[in-house]
Design a protein around this ligand. Structure first.
Ligand SMILES: Cc1cc2nc3c(=O)[nH]c(=O)nc-3n(C[C@H](O)[C@H](O)[C@H](O)COP(=O)(O)OP(=O)(O)OC[C@H]3O[C@@H](n4cnc5c(N)ncnc54)[C@H](O)[C@@H]3O)c2cc1C
Length: 386
């Protein structure tokens, strides 16, 4: 059952209190040295916030995406970088909806207890990018096992995860009626895989997101790692995507509100030409406009989350929420930078870090063009554009 307004306010309040222990300097320091917020993620897990989506029978809180979205939004609004933890929430959806009872019993209670980390999903490949169904990584049946060969790119948090959901092709694309067929999803134990057919190379990148390249060379995994049915892995991944889009959108709302808070307070306190800069319409109006856009996006996130939790089809709403929120947070970041003038560039003001971080969400986990093509084709009924 969906939480009441008061219950969600309580969740928000508790997350805020937890985040307050990890101030912005904590995140700046991690950003500087490329560190991982191990203590933060572990406290978030043991406090139950990262496991809200796990049903109570498996040790979680049994709540919905609406509550998960509130958690992610508050994390981002506090100045934190949620990239270190968000995937644990939505990757779980694939196990919850498609895992066998044995897989759920084996993994979910341990994840809920913080003993196992499911932080990674491996979909993107260097040569096929957004065209997921063309991916080239293969899983070939070999007795009771599968052998994995191929390459992935931008796979985040893998060095800080025990498990990974991997998408690979089990039947060649020219032997299936539709390209979405013949792909399979696997739940791989990284503690056994790394160094035994799986090599990981970190990518130096614009934000502290712990993304890596993966190289599979005859990685042997048991057939019991299959999530759902062989050949139906695209559905396993797709099913988790609406939750992912909604949760990422809620992070953008959190980023947007963070930027607006910072911009308003600086506009009120910074005095130039003997008056607060916020007295100038040229400073005040962009902040007000940006606030309006973030709040509008928040409504779409709320709508998509409620539809998801009610079990209604929400592909359009989840995509639109993600697009609107990622654009609103980016604009809010730009306005916040402009309001701070030169000081926006000083790392100790934290804005430039958040500005870099929120930029990601117009590209990953799905880029804006792909959302527009989804809306154009599937919602508005125009011809497929590619
Ligand atoms: C920091 C970071 C973390 C990530 N983490 C993960 C992860 O954990 N796991 C994972 O699997 N992936 C991850 N990704 C990958 C991410 O999902 C992809 O980068 C994203 O989906 C875009 O794919 P691409 O980079 O291959 O872009 P491409 O597919 O090469 O596209 C490049 C540009 O062209 C546009 N474009 C392409 N085709 C069309 C078309 N037909 N019409 C209009 N425009 C088009 C796209 O919109 C995009 O702007 C991550 C990426 C980053 C940067």
């Amino acid at each position: 059952m969906t939480s009441s307004v008061e219950e969600i306010a309580e969740i928000r309040d508790s997350v805020r209190k937890l985040c307050a222990k990890y101030g912005e300097d904590y995140w700046l320091e991690l950003d500087r040295k490329g560190g991982f917020p191990t203590e933060f993620v572990s406290e978030l897990t043991t406090s139950g916030f990262l496991t809200v989506l796990i049903p109570e029978e498996y040790g979680g809180s049994g709540l919905g995406v609406l509550e998960g979205a509130a958690v992610m939004e508050e994390i981002c609004r506090s100045g934190a970088h949620a990239g270190a933890c968000h995937a644990q929430m939505y990757v779980m959806g694939s196990v919850l909806r498609h895992g066998s009872e044995a897989q759920k019993r084996r993994y979910l209670p341990a994840i809920a207890a913080g003993e196992l980390r499911l932080q990674t999903f491996g979909v993107t490949e260097p040569t096929t990018g957004t065209n997921t169904t063309s991916l080239k990584t293969t899983a070939t049946r070999d007795g009771d096992d599968y052998l994995i060969n191929g390459q992935k790119v931008w796979i985040s948090r893998i060095e800080h995860s025990d498990l990974m959901v991997l998408l690979a092709r089990t039947t060649p694309a020219d032997q299936v009626a539709k390209k979405t067929q013949g792909l399979s999803a696997f739940l791989i134990d990284l503690r056994e895989a790394v160094g035994n057919g799986l090599e990981i190379r970190p990518i130096e990148s614009m934000i502290n997101h712990h993304s890596c390249e993966l190289f599979f060379d005859n990685l042997r995994i048991g057939a019991d790692t299959l999530l759902g049915k062989e050949g139906e892995g695209f559905k396993v991944i797709l099913d988790g995507m609406n939750a992912e889009r909604i949760l990422i959108a809620s992070e953008c709302v959190g980023d947007g509100r963070y930027f607006i808070d910072k911009a308003v307070s600086y506009a009120n306190e910074r005095v130039v030409f003997d008056r607060p800069i916020g007295m100038n319409q040229g400073v005040q109006f962009p902040i007000a406009r940006s606030y309006t856009e973030v709040e509008a996006a928040a409504l779409m996130v709320d709508k998509a989350a409620r539809m998801f939790d009610a079990g209604e089809p929400c592909g359009a709403e989840a995509n639109m929420a993600k697009m609107l929120a990622s654009e609103a947070s980016w604009k809010a970041g730009d306005v916040c930078m402009q309001t701070h003038g030169g000081f926006a560039f000083a790392k100790e003001y934290h804005i430039e870090r958040k500005f870099r971080e929120t930029r990601l969400y117009q590209i990953a986990p799905i880029s804006t063009n792909l959302i527009l093509s989804f809306v154009g084709e599937h919602v508005l009924g125009m011809p497929r554009s590619f």
